[in-house]
Design a protein around this ligand. Structure first.
Ligand SMILES: [Zn+2]
Length: 243
């Protein structure tokens, strides 16, 4: 009679330990799903941050281009003024030599003006190209930001759902834990930390499914009598047999 009571007790303990492990696995799964969703959010945010950076870069390029063009335009104006001044001086000189020097100077300055004007045209074309790129960049940032807002609301809702499920599972875990003796519960928790969440292992054909090593053939027979808890000699996990 006493043995029967004890057997029933050991069996209940073991069944509840298995239940604890199932609940722990389920909670772990939810936590991993939350982590995946967090990573999704982070990835989307990184994507938009990159787009913002690209936009900033394009704006800087545009600023530089405009500055360079204004500079070139200023130089053109300066050279043109110098040319008019030289044109005036040309008729005041007394010698042919001085006249030729001024003519050659005018020629050089006109060449410079020609090159600068070409450069200004090139820069204006680059500006047009860059304007399109900046506009595209602005649209990409706006779309990215909008998508993040709508996606994140949904993702956060899913995350909250998983949190609620975890709380429910945690409550079930506490209930099941009440049935387990303190020393077994301690052992279970320590093994769970040490064995990557798997503190309890099933026996299949005299093999511990936790470490995949053979156990004493007697172990499964003893286990079915439910006299006491058994542990794997190799990995120390709590052993059980399918009922
Ligand atoms: Zn083992």
């Amino acid at each position: 009679m006493e043995i029967n009571t004890n057997a029933a007790n050991v069996r209940t303990q073991l069944e509840n330990l298995v239940r604890l492990q199932d609940l722990d696995m389920e909670m772990l799964q939810r936590r991993n799903q939350i982590k995946t969703l967090e990573a999704d959010i982070q990835q989307a945010e990184n994507g938009v941050a990159e787009q913002r950076q690209a936009l900033e870069q394009h704006n800087k390029e545009m600023e530089k281009l405009l500055k360079d063009r204004r500079e070139a335009e200023r130089t053109v104006k300066e050279r043109q003024e110098q040319v008019s001044k030289l044109q005036g001086q040309k008729f005041d000189v007394k010698t042919n030599e001085a006249y030729n020097t001024i003519e050659s100077e005018i020629k050089t300055k006109k060449q410079e003006i020609g090159m600068l004007e070409e450069r200004v045209l090139e820069m204006m074309m680059s500006e047009d190209e860059l304007k399109k790129i900046v506009a595209g960049s602005q649209v990409a940032v706006k779309i990215g930001e909008g998508k993040i807002q709508s996606d994140q609301a949904k993702i956060r809702e899913n995350m909250a759902g998983f949190e609620v499920e975890i709380q429910k599972l945690q409550a079930e875990w506490q209930e099941a834990a009440k049935v387990v003796q303190a020393e077994y519960l301690d052992r279970y928790i320590r093994l769970r930390e040490a064995k990557g969440g798997m503190a309890i292992a099933r026996i299949e054909n005299d093999v511990c499914m936790g470490c995949r090593l053979s156990i004493r053939p007697q172990a499964s027979i003893e286990l079915r009598k439910y006299r006491t808890l058994l542990f794997c000699d190799n990995c120390a996990r709590i052993l059980y047999v399918e009922a």
